[in-house]
Design a protein around this ligand. Structure first.
Ligand code: ZN
Length: 411
């Protein structure tokens, strides 16, 4: 591959994309939740058109889609390449002023004026980045590598393919809004995006290939009490708050996010509110394994029934369990090439594959649940959603190389 030109363009593109404030708004009901996302979408539409892609569209919800037909008869399958436009609501993405550090020599990096810093003492992965070109923040905002690195990598790979006339299968590209607030996928034009499989480029360190994530559900518990003046309450008052505390005692003290990792599932009490008259408890239910996920959901229902019977409540506690998303592996295992081709491409590029199970959901999980197998691939970034976010240019280059290799492999 011709190297130097595309590397310069990759960095220039990335720095341009992070200049758009595309922070998503958690309270939003509609997508895109911020105008910056539409501006970036329109900018990408122009660039994709200039790169010679076909059917380049931006929907009113800021979903960018484009198509590049195969240029080689043996490569008749279709791969989707996906990244998201928005940045996390957890940290400002306005006036991002990235700093480029060439040939990182190890040790602490002062951010901006130096009040904030990043240190290998806290982030041991920084040791692996010695000698690389790092892009960091000025300590006031996030960087936006999540997920503008993914966008820059896909755009640059398209440029390399087009300019070099390199062989590739059919490619569909999508840049989507509001991933961070879980809204973007509701307007994804799945019927107009037929692919054999797709990838999101939204992972972290070089080599990450993720195709398993949690099965997820929520449980909402509604408790009704009865309030009586405390002086005359004996035998009459039903304190909803006290019932809520008792109810929670039925849950495992070990199966909680703060005590689990890897492939372990959990129950997470993430909301408790109320007064004597009424109380609400909300739980997140998470498990990688489909059967134990079902058992966890059943546990909440069974415990509610048992609690109601034990307390002899006139007004029984109500429990509503709702599925949120599914482990994408259920869909991905039906399309094993989605994994084998990515692994092969990484191998060709000298990248050691790191298999990780995502302790959360992704847009790929949504797509997979709707029939489009969609594993997640690394971007090369670290410390997402934070002022300490950083990425190496070499990591981004690897992602570009992996895309270019991947799309020329036979199915
Ligand atoms: Zn992301």
């Amino acid at each position: 591959m011709e190297t130097n030109d595309y590397k310069k363009n990759l960095l220039t593109r990335f720095l341009h994309y992070v200049s758009f404030d595309t922070q998503s708004k958690p309270s939003a009901k509609h997508s895109p939740s911020s105008v910056g996302q539409m501006k970036l979408a329109q900018n990408l539409q122009k660039e994709l058109t200039e790169l010679g892609l076909q059917n380049v569209q931006v929907s009113k919800h800021a979903v960018v889609t484009a198509y590049l037909p195969a240029n080689c008869a043996e490569l008749s399958h279709t791969i989707g390449l996906i990244a998201h436009l928005d940045t996390s609501p957890e940290c400002s993405g306005k006036n991002v002023r990235p700093e480029v550090i060439e040939n990182y020599r190890g040790g602490d990096i002062a951010l901006g004026s130096g009040e904030e810093f990043i240190s290998p003492a806290y982030y041991p992965f920084m040791h692996q980045l010695i000698g690389k070109t790092l892009i960091v923040t000025d300590g006031n905002t996030l960087l936006g590598a999540d997920n503008k690195a993914g966008i820059a990598e896909i755009m640059t790979a398209l440029e390399v393919l087009q300019q070099g006339g390199l062989p590739h299968c059919n490619l569909r590209v999508a840049f989507t809004p509001d991933e961070e607030i879980g809204l973007g996928m509701q307007y994804f034009p799945l019927e107009d995006f037929p692919c054999d499989w797709a990838y999101t480029f939204d992972g972290g360190e070089v080599g990450e290939l993720e195709y398993e994530n949690f099965n997820a559900a929520t449980a909402k518990i509604h408790i009704v009490g009865r309030n009586i003046h405390t002086g005359y309450a004996k035998g009459k008052m039903v304190n909803a708050l006290a019932l809520a505390c008792d109810f929670h005692q039925g849950f495992s003290k070990q199966d909680v996010p703060e005590k689990t990792s890897g492939r372990e599932g959990f129950f997470h009490l993430n909301h408790l509110a109320g007064d004597v008259e009424k109380a609400e408890l909300h739980y997140l239910i998470r498990d990688f394994n489909a059967e134990s996920f079902v058992r966890r959901k059943q546990f909440v229902q069974d415990w509610t029934a048992k609690f109601n019977a034990e307390k002899g409540l006139k007004q029984p506690i109500e429990c509503v369990v709702q599925d949120s998303y599914k482990n994408m592996y259920e869909a991905v295992k039906k399309v094993p090439q989605a994994i084998s081709i990515a692994e092969k491409a990484m191998e060709i590029c000298g990248v050691k594959v790191i298999h990780k199970a995502i302790r959360g959901g992704t847009d790929g999980a949504f797509l997979s649940a709707n029939g489009l197998a969609c594993p997640n691939i690394f971007t090369g970034g670290y410390n997402f959603h934070s002022k300490h976010e950083l990425i190496s240019l070499e990591g981004m280059e690897k992602a570009v190389e992996v895309i270019v290799e991947m799309v020329k492999l036979k199915k």
